[in-house]
Every structure is written in C-alpha cells, then in structure tokens.
Design a protein around this ligand. Structure first.
Ligand code: ATP
Length: 358
C-alpha cells in the first residue's frame, strides 16, 4: 500500500504541453481510475508515475518521497499493459517468476511467491502450461500474476482489458475488483471505458486536455457532474443535452429551444435569470412516458428493445433524445409520445462554459 501525490505536474513533448498543471492525491489502498477521451493525457500521467516518462515540472511523491529522479525499478510500482507479451516458450510459472529470477531471488522464494499469486488468480492448476494453451482471460491473469509476485506498493494498469472480448471484459472487471479487495494495493488504472470506471473505481478522475475536470466517487460524478463534459462522459446511453433559453415569469419555468419548442420545467429551483442560455441535461433513465397532456412532445424514430429495457430514440424539437424505459412499451417507430422527467433529475449547464448551474 502507498499514497501517491502529484503536485503541479507538467509534461511537455517538444513544444506541445500535454499536461499543463495537474495535482492529485491518491490514498493508501485506493483504486483510482483515470478516464477521458483519446489524447487527454491518461497514459502520459501513468507513464510519468511509472518513471517511463520524465516530468517537465512539478513533483511526484510515493509515500511522501519524491520519486521524480528515480528509475522505474526503484519505484516499487508494477505496471500491467494492454498488450501483455508473455514469453511463449516459458510456462505460466516461469513467466510469472521471470522478474524475480532476474532479481536473483532463490528458487524456493520464486516458487513460493508464484504459488501464492497463482492461488489468488486461480492459475494454480495451469502453472505448467504454455501461453498458447491458455484462453485470453487466463493470459491476462498471468500478466497480472507477473506483477503480483513482486508485491509492489502500487499497481498501474493501462487499459488492460481492451484486447478482450465483451464477455471476458465483464468477467475480468469483477476479478480485478475482487483482487483489489483482497490485496488492498493502491491502484491507478487507465481506461476510456466509462463502464469499467463506474464499476471498479473507488474514485474516478475525469481528464480533458491534460487537466482534471472532476474527481469523485462514481456516483458523485454520475449524480452531480460539475460540467457538461463530465455529464456526457459518464453514463450509457449518454445524458441527453437540450440547449435553449430559460423563460417563464418570476423564475425559470420553461426551456425554449431555437425552433420555438417549449419544454416545461416546473418546480426546478435553479438560480438562473430568464433569458440565460443553458443546456438542460437529463439521463435517458430519468425520462418516462407522460400521462395526458403533461411533459413535452417527442417524435420517436427508433424503438430498441434490449430485453430488460426499451430504448426510445427520437427528437424533442430539433434535438436528439434517448429515453430508457424499464420493461416493454407499446410505442411504434415514427409515433409521437409525450415525455416527462422528474424535476430533481434535471441538470443545467451554462450554454457557453458548460459549467454546472446549481
Ligand atoms: P489514448 O486514450 O488514445 O491512449 P491518452 O489519454 O492516453 O490517449 P496520451 O497518450 O497520454 O493520451 O497523450 C496525450 C497527448 O500527448 C496527446 O495529444 C498525444 O498526441 C501527445 N503525446 C503523447 N506521447 C507523445 C510523444 N512521445 N511525443 C509527442 N506528443 C506525445
């Protein structure tokens, strides 16, 4: 276990400032996941932590000790990559014990550590196999095993599941989570899969253009995204975003879209003057079919039954909207319905900056 402190960390590649100024504290035993779109600097940050990339400015400390100038091997960190090249001619046990052998550890110690890690990862019956005789998930576990045997203070994972098929990813998600529960090692994990982040992290760090947009528990970020960027990044299908102008007498009671469509928003206590340009966000699962004349009209272009839910994909005025309803609904493609939302489930963001409006 270890704490990690990033203090005003900067990274420049030639003339390009990939990370302008980033600070983050990771607690003992915490599972922190970095998410963000391609190119936002997730791998750069992880590689700086590992010591594979230099830091242009600022400090990285592990357990209070600045490690900027330490070589990767001196940082007591293990990194698991997306492409986990195993040595094909070696058995599982030899693959897992290889780094210990390079360190000059005794045969007995290597065997003991490999056995321990293999039991944690349910690989103990496969120790004599070669990588070619393993499934994708088993190979991934061997890759993790190579790190576990070293008993590092910190695990870094760089998109470790992105080469696996969907079913295996779900299984490995659960395995990594339970591994963390058992080992309690501090983990920093990079992914661009928001489902992985939501399901595994103690805290999620949402990054955008080398900066942190928001840090919090998965549900904090999901329920109270601080910006439109975070709101759209977490959740699948993504949060609906309806731009317009606040209107109504004595406070905001309606959203007026550019084509004149008016969405009533009764009972919403936002402190925003009428006439302000905003974006109203509502998650697909917070929309429902309205009774009578309530809500707002939507045209449904596509109906997608997923089995447990029905997705209604269409438009409110000129803007796309997706509605996720539990169970089955008798709505046909091309029909018009009225959609309503719980006022407590509405989010408002500034039309220009995208910042949340309370
Ligand atoms: P992805 O999800 O696509 O892996 P990422 O968030 O991990 O993206 P990084 O690989 O950290 O992003 O890259 C951050 C930025 O730095 C990108 O704009 C990238 O083009 C740039 N970059 C990364 N490595 C280098 C390098 N060696 N030289 C110059 N620019 C680089």
């Amino acid at each position: 276990m270890a704490t990690i402190s990033l203090r005003n960390v900067r990274k420049k590649y030639g003339g390009f400032l990939a990370v302008p100024d980033l600070s983050l504290e990771v607690q003992h035993g915490e599972f922190v996941i970095l998410v963000g779109p391609s190119g936002c600097g997730k791998s750069t940050l992880l590689r700086m932590l590992a010591g594979l990339e230099s830091v242009t400015g600022g400090e990285i400390a592990i357990d209070g000790e600045v490690v900027n100038d330490r070589m990767p091997r001196q940082r007591d960190i293990a990194m698991v990559f997306q492409s986990y090249a195993l040595y094909p001619h070696m058995t599982v046990a030899q693959n897992m014990g290889f780094s210990l052998k390079l360190d000059g550890r005794s045969k007995a110690e290597i065997a003991e550590r490999v056995q321990e890690a293999a039991e944690i990862l349910a690989l103990d019956k496969l120790l004599d196999r070669k990588p070619a005789q393993l499934s994708g998930g088993q190979r991934q576990r061997v890759a993790m095993g190579r790190s576990i045997v070293r008993d590092p203070k910190v695990f870094l994972f760089d998109e470790p599941l992105s080469n696996l098929d969907a079913k295996l990813r779900v299984q490995m998600r659960a395995e990594i989570k339970s591994l963390h529960n058992r080992l309690k090692t501090t983990i920093v994990y990079v992914t661009h899969d928001q489902v992985e982040a939501m399901t595994m992290a103690d805290r999620i760090v949402v990054m955008n253009a080398g900066q942190i947009e928001q840090v919090g528990t998965p549900l904090e970020l999901y329920d109270r995204p601080r910006s439109r960027f975070v709101a759209e990044f977490l959740g699948s299908p993504a949060m609906n975003m309806l731009p317009g102008t606040l209107g109504g007498e004595g406070g905001a009671t309606a959203l007026r879209m550019e084509d004149g469509t008016t969405v009533p928003i009764p009972g919403v206590g936002i402190e925003a003057p009428a006439g302000r340009e905003v974006v109203m966000g509502v998650r697909p699962e917070n929309l429902s079919l309205a009774r009578g004349g309530e809500g707002v009209e939507a045209v449904i272009d596509v109906v997608e039954p997923t089995g447990s839910h029905t997705l209604l994909i269409g438009r409110i005025g000129p803007h796309a909207v997706t509605c996720e309803i539990a169970g089955r609904v008798p709505v046909a493609s091309g029909s018009r319905v009225r959609l309503a939302a719980d006022p407590a489930a509405l989010h408002f963001f500034d039309g220009e900056s995208g910042a949340r409006i309370e």
